[in-house]
Design a protein around this ligand. Structure first.
Ligand code: HEC
Ligand code: HEC
Length: 212
């Protein structure tokens, strides 16, 4: 039944202008990514993001952002700069289909950060103008498939923390090394993070890593 639903969804996606991904073909093409991201998209090391279960649209956008290079409003990921330029639109679509069909393995939230993290995630901060994360990333962190807002649930806390700080740095000092400043989508996150403290970032990152 799941397979049937999946193929209906894939047929629906075929109507769009993008190349349609084939998860089977994507599995082989993703072999070159597995050293860092894990064979099934569950990366063993916290500095490499998990890709398992991530929305295809988001994966495709990030790979195209890396392809564009930082000088053209692309996203800078030096570790991937040698690989991504060689991927065709079809390769990218296939790899995205493969990873999005995998299941993410979650982490455990740190007990001392849970309450603070949950408060930030669900409530934001009125005083500082931080919006709740639930609005875009969903109450259980599954993101928004149609809009391409990334799923966050179960991601490595260290990776999330690094990204939130990279967005915040971009709000403060856009030209700084390590700022994530590439375009309008990341501008949303620069606005979200600009008033956040290190403690809020650490807490919400830990909370998210434990979401299912
Ligand atoms: C040498 C290690 C390495 C290899 C190989 C690698 N990546 Fe990455 N990838 C990274 C790192 C590191 C990041 C996160 C960079 C950061 O912290 O901003 C990343 C980020 C990503 C992201 C963004 C994820 C997100 O949540 O925003 C995607 C998508 C991605 N990689 C896909 C791939 C694909 C597909 C391949 C193979 C074609 C690949 N990567 C190969 C290291 C690697
Ligand atoms: C108005 C919508 C919106 C809100 C609210 C929002 N986000 Fe985001 N978030 C986005 C979008 C869009 C992206 C993708 C940016 C891109 O494509 O570069 C994103 C990306 C991220 C990423 C990077 C994910 C990755 O895999 O690299 C993290 C982490 C994140 N958001 C955490 C949060 C947290 C924590 C909050 C609450 C404090 C929050 N977001 C609130 C829209 C939102």
């Amino acid at each position: 039944m799941k397979k049937l639903i999946l193929s209906v969804l894939m047929m629906a996606a075929a109507g769009s202008a993008m190349a349609t991904g084939n998860a089977e073909a994507g599995k082989n093409k993703a072999a070159q990514c597995s050293a860092c991201h894990g064979a099934d998209g569950n990366s063993p090391a916290a500095m490499f993001p998990k890709l398992a279960g991530q929305h295809e649209k988001y994966i495709i956008k990030q790979l195209n952002d890396v392809k564009k290079k930082p000088e053209n409003d692309g996203r800078s990921i030096p570790e991937m700069a040698g690989i991504v330029p060689g991927l065709s639109d079809q390769d990218i679509a296939d790899i995205a289909a493969y990873y999005s069909a995998q299941t993410i393995k979650g982490e455990t939230v740190k007990a001392d950060l849970k309450d603070k993290g949950e408060a930030v995630y669900r409530g934001g901060s009125l005083k500082k103008g931080t919006p709740a994360c639930t609005g875009c990333h969903g109450p259980s962190g599954k993101g928004n498939k149609g809009a391409g807002y990334p799923a966050l649930a179960g991601q490595h806390a260290a990776y999330i923390e690094k990204q939130l700080k990279a967005f915040r740095l971009g709000a403060d000092e856009p030209k700084a090394q390590g700022a994530r400043v590439n375009d309008g989508d990341s501008r949303i996150m620069r606005d979200v993070t600009s008033g956040m403290t290190d403690y809020e970032i650490r807490a919400v990152a830990s909370f998210i890593s434990g979401l299912r």
